[in-house]
Design a binder for this molecule. Structure first.
Ligand code: SAM
Length: 288
């Protein structure tokens, strides 16, 4: 496939069932000059199933800058390079992003070859709203950053999608319920594999289920988005939000050099549950 201008192909591979690969992906894997794979052992299994003999090289999050530079040079020299991750779509909670950025900066053509992605497969069968969704990937492992991340997702009205390890699922379910409330959720497990299952329950019930079973396999977790409408009618929640807003206004660095009008605009984005008029009243009563 070598030519004057190189091309970077982002090739989706199966997330379990090896038949989930497109004709176009197979053609690209056969014809590129080189495939950069997150895990060359998994890639070899796929290659042997489809009799592909394209040279492989590894590309993962810890790949050296030299490895990335070499790949970029080969692209600039006119080679076609495919990127595959261990499973699914490259770059989605997987390596690839740095090379994609470098190729874009060097004005190399980047071609996606779409296919399996656990987030999308889980979402479409979750029975949670599909009109709008937010891919949150893996939550931070440490509890402080984890809580802060979840707090930042609390008011999002779209269905939330997380990747999670079976070991951490129970504690994640517990934290999600604590921070987001007892929302409807779905554990999508072992998609496209023999033990595929979808458990569609409120978080509290999933947690109860989790205390009785040992989660295994690959897990995508989905949680329904915030119902801003009903939250903004809950007096207790509104009181808490007003308390947080007042705390912001008590911070001199925050109010310094800002007009009341600017403050209202900024706070409206920060406190979507509160009405503009109420924010305005609090700003007026809190600023000199
Ligand atoms: N790039 C992949 C994609 O497009 O979906 C995701 C890679 S990420 C490192 C791996 C995580 O995706 C797993 O820990 C799990 O949360 C989710 N996942 C991957 N395969 C899955 C499957 N067959 N069933 C459910 N979740 C899966």
């Amino acid at each position: 496939m070598a030519g004057v201008v190189g091309e970077l192909f982002l090739i989706a591979t199966p997330i379990g069932n090896l038949s989930d690969i497109t004709m176009r992906a197979l053609e690209a894997l056969r014809t590129v000059d080189l495939v950069a794979a997150e895990d060359t052992r998994t890639a070899r299994k796929l290659f042997s199933r489809y009799q592909i003999s394209t040279p492989l090289i590894s590309l993962h999050d810890n790949s050296s800058a030299k490895r990335l530079d070499d790949l970029l040079k080969r692209l600039q020299g006119g080679e076609a390079i495919g990127v595959i991750s261990e499973a699914g779509t490259p770059g989605i909670s997987d390596p690839g992003y740095r090379l994609i950025q470098m190729a874009a900066e060097a004005v190399i053509r980047i071609t996606p070859i779409p296919g399996a992605c656990a987030a999308v497969a889980a979402l479409c069968a979750s029975a949670l709203p599909l009109d709008s969704f937010y891919f949150a990937g893996f939550l931070p492992v440490r509890s402080g950053p984890r809580l802060r991340r979840l707090e930042s997702l609390k008011d999002i009205e779209a269905t939330l999608i997380f990747y999670e390890s079976p070991r951490r699922l129970n504690s994640t379910l517990e934290t999600l319920e604590k921070v987001l409330g007892d929302r409807l959720a779905c554990v999508a497990r072992e998609l496209t594999k023999i033990h595929e299952e979808f458990l569609r329950f409120p978080l509290s019930q999933l947690r109860a289920l989790g205390s009785e079973r040992d989660w295994r396999g690959e897990i995508t977790l989905l949680v329904s988005g915030c119902d801003l409408e009903s939250r903004s009618r809950d007096p207790q929640i509104l009181l808490e939000e007003e308390g947080k807003l007042k705390a912001c206004l008590a911070d001199l660095d925050f109010v310094k050099n800002r007009s009341n009008r600017d403050l209202v605009e900024i706070l409206m984005a920060e406190f979507p549950l509160l009405k503009r008029r109420r924010i305005y009243e609090i700003v007026l009563s809190s600023t000199p």
